[in-house]
Design a protein around this ligand. Structure first.
Ligand code: NAP
Length: 686
């Protein structure tokens, strides 16, 4: 008799009472563990997360949380062998486990890096630019996002016990919220093993992470408007949970990732001798067999030009017949079992439904061989390919998801028909297109886009480096409309918004600058006798400014600059052409204005400013003519401390707002520059 798998609740490991539900090994059918969350105090778990984990995470800045994710990823990578070992019981092959375990850890790495690089080092996010709300500019608007003060409840599907958990934790922790993870029972022992490791690492603040192994009891009754739920699983369960009275009553945010009848389309242009044909066949086989087809992004519907149907069936038959099914511990085995015998039953039922409008052209439900395993005990299931010749009439392939190695091939007669068929999935996580024709790609992508969360266009140019049809990537959003649940996860920094409240701020630019710790144009500046370039990083304050002397632009400036740069554009050098242009006379080069501005604001002697490493958002707003006198308002906009690297002095990045004006105080150029500025020597030992 196996022991009950422990949950981690309110800072303690607790086994649910009773004997629980038995969870079996996917390959051998032997018991692995028992699941019960009976007796857990779900209300107290939520309160613990809100009162202990939440304030500790919110207290950290984005960069601190980003560094925490990186440290966690490195720690988990160091213990990956343990996860691979446990993963075997889920039926995963080495490749399946790699996607789940290292793919999941990779998500932590990417989210960490994006959080540290793309977001200022604050406890909140600035969303977009300042909005002008008044004529004189004394009343403006801006948006910021702050972490919610509750707990994120993550309900995950059984197919990716590590990746499914880590992709959600990445955004949650970066946003500054704690989480309660509820893995699917069938593979919960692997998620629990990883949670155990995360807690043992000591990297997460207290209360940041709890896990429920078993049911969620009355947890939904106690959710508030500051909590969120993310759900991955079947549409049926998702709909039920999303319509829980308390979710509706308190407008609790609910993100749903559900069933998806993803398609892959072979372009009309592709003939069997083209690389795109082979790539398409390889991808379909891969998507049917990786994770034994138990992937939310797997290809369920295959659309091919009618003239190519026989070629595609023959090529798939050849490849699929070589896929050896069995115990992934055996070297020859390419596809393991499903996660459980319940899944076998479920997929079989769905296959019966699919039979109504299509016929099986590859695969034998009973007559398949298993290497080093027993059919009735292990959850083995063969790859099955259906074919439906008239996909517009009566097939259930557009409605039924068999969550295993099962796909339906359907021929199309025109590109428009292929698009229409793809849309019949009523909203998918992903669609892919294999074509060498970019015109065709444009038409298909724009036709598919309103119904899809992600679209991959694969051809010979990108194939070698492509991550394929089925891989959601942490840089890109994952989710889809309609049947796929209408949710959105990951997408780099986009992923954190679900866990944060966006709030519109209105007030004077000076007040909003102070609140946002970012200089907004129009806010009061602070001038000082000391030049800003003579100050160390920590001495410069947001709003510190330099208003420079003036410089009159002469004809020789323009002639000299044309000579130095080689830019003899007519507006600078041809009197007649300039007169005929909308400038009406010769103007200075924009790049000369930038260079002259640098000459005005730079303090030349060696000092704390180490380098200028960029210029952003440049706009030339008015021409500068011969005889105009320009000057610069140079203001500290934002400061970001840099992580200390070996061999580098301690430093930070200062973003300066640069306004170049003429003698009438009209803006002629606007931009930001970024400088690397040294911290004072007292930080050298840090
Ligand atoms: P499921 O039965 O709906 O279960 C999903 C999760 O919900 C599991 O953790 C399950 O826990 C939990 N759950 C079930 N009933 C619940 C309830 N009344 N209250 C709270 N939690 C409850 O789905 P599944 O069979 O495990 O997963 C397969 C499905 O997930 C497929 O349809 C697939 O398309 C979908 N999926 C979607 C994505 C995506 O990203 N869109 C990813 C993976 C899978 P127990 O296991 O303890 O019942």
């Amino acid at each position: 008799m196996s022991e009950v798998l422990q949950s981690f609740a309110e800072g303690k490991w607790i086994a649910g009472s009773g004997k629980g539900r038995e969870v079996l090994h996917a390959v051998t059918g032997e018991p692995v563990t028992n699941i019960s969350s009976e007796g857990l105090d779900f209300k107290a778990m939520l309160e613990y997360g809100r009162s202990v984990g939440n304030p500790r995470l919110r207290e950290m800045t984005f960069h601190e949380r980003g560094r925490m994710l990186k440290e966690l990823a490195q720690y988990l990578m160091g213990r990956k062998k343990e996860f691979y070992e446990v993963s075997k019981a889920t039926g995963a092959t080495k490749l399946d486990s790699w996607i789940d375990i290292e793919g999941g850890i990779g998500t932590l790495f990417v989210t960490s890096s994006k959080g540290r690089r793309e977001v200022p080092d604050e406890k909140f996010l600035i969303d977009g630019d300042m909005e002008h709300l008044s004529k004189q500019g004394t009343f403006v608007g801006a948006h910021i996002c702050v972490p919610l003060q509750g707990v994120a409840v993550h309900i995950n599907a059984f197919n990716f016990p590590c990746w499914g958990m880590l992709e959600k934790l990445s955004s949650t922790f970066l946003a500054g919220m704690p989480a309660i993870v509820k893995p699917a029972s069938a593979t919960s022992y692997l998620s629990q093993k990883m949670v155990l490791a995360m807690l043992e690492s000591g990297i997460l603040p207290e209360g940041a992470l709890q896990i429920i192994c078993g049911g969620v009891g009355d947890l939904f009754e106690h959710l508030t408007c500051q909590d969120v739920v993310t759900f991955t699983g079947s549409a049926q369960t998702g709909r039920k949970l999303r319509s829980h009275p308390n979710i509706i009553e308190n407008s609790v945010r609910f993100n749903m990732e559900a069933d998806s009848l993803n398609c892959s389309i072979l372009g009309e242009d592709v003939t069997p001798d083209m690389p795109e044909f082979k790539l398409f066949i390889k991808e379909v086989v891969q998507e049917m067999t990786v994770k034994a087809g138990q992937k939310c992004t797997a290809i369920r519907r295959i659309f091919v030009p009618r003239t190519r149907k026989d070629d595609v069936v023959a090529a798939l038959k050849e490849k699929l017949s070589k896929v050896q099914i069995g115990n992934p511990d055996s070297k020859e085995v390419k596809m393991g079992p499903l996660a459980s015998l319940e899944q076998v039953k479920d997929v079989r039922e769905k296959v019966e439904e699919l039979k109504k409008g299509a016929e099986i052209v590859i695969g034998d439900l009973d007559g398949f061989d298993v290497i080093d395993g027993e059919k009735g005990k292990g959850a083995f299931f063969p790859p099955v390919l259906f074919c439906c010749d008239h996909p517009k009439n009566g097939t259930s392939a557009h409605d039924v998801e068999a969550f295993g190695p099962v796909s339906t091939l359907m021929p199309y007669d025109s590109v428009d028909e292929a698009i229409e068929l793809a849309q019949r999935g009523q909203g998918s996580l992903v669609g892919s297109l294999f074509t060498a024709d970019d015109e065709l790609a444009t038409k298909v992508v724009l036709g598919l886009a309103p119904y899809h969360g992600r679209i991959a266009v694969i051809n010979r140019e990108c194939a070698a480096e492509s991550t394929g049809h089925g891989s959601p990537l942490p840089h890109l959003v994952h989710g889809g409309p309609g049947r796929a649940g209408g949710g959105e996860e990951m997408g780099g920094v986009r992923g954190v918004h679900f866990y944060m409240q966006r709030v519109a701020l209105q007030g004077s630019p000076t007040t909003l600058s102070r609140i946002m710790n970012t200089y907004l144009r129009g806010a009061k500046r602070k001038e000082d006798r000391i030049h800003p370039f003579r100050k160390y990083f920590d001495e410069v304050q947001v709003g510190d400014a330099l208003i420079t002397h003036r410089r009159t632009v002469t004809e020789s400036d323009i002639v000299n600059f044309a000579g130095i740069s080689g830019d003899y554009f007519y507006a600078h050098t041809d009197d007649i052409a300039a007169k005929e242009s909308f400038f009406e006379r010769r103007v200075a080069h924009g790049y000369f204005v930038l260079s002259a501005a640098a000459g005005l604001f730079v303090d030349a002697a060696p000092g704390p400013v180490l380098a200028n490493y960029g210029l952003e958002n440049l706009r030339f707003t008015q021409p500068v003519y011969i005889g105009d006198s320009i000057y610069v308002k140079f203001t500290c906009k934002q400061k970001t401390l840099k992580e200390k690297r070996d061999g580098e002095p301690p430093q930070g990045v200062i973003e300066w707002d640069v306004e170049v004006l003429n003698q009438n105080d009209e803006m002629v150029a606007l931009y930001s520059i970024l400088t690397l500025v040294r911290r004072s020597h007292e930080y050298d030992a840090d």
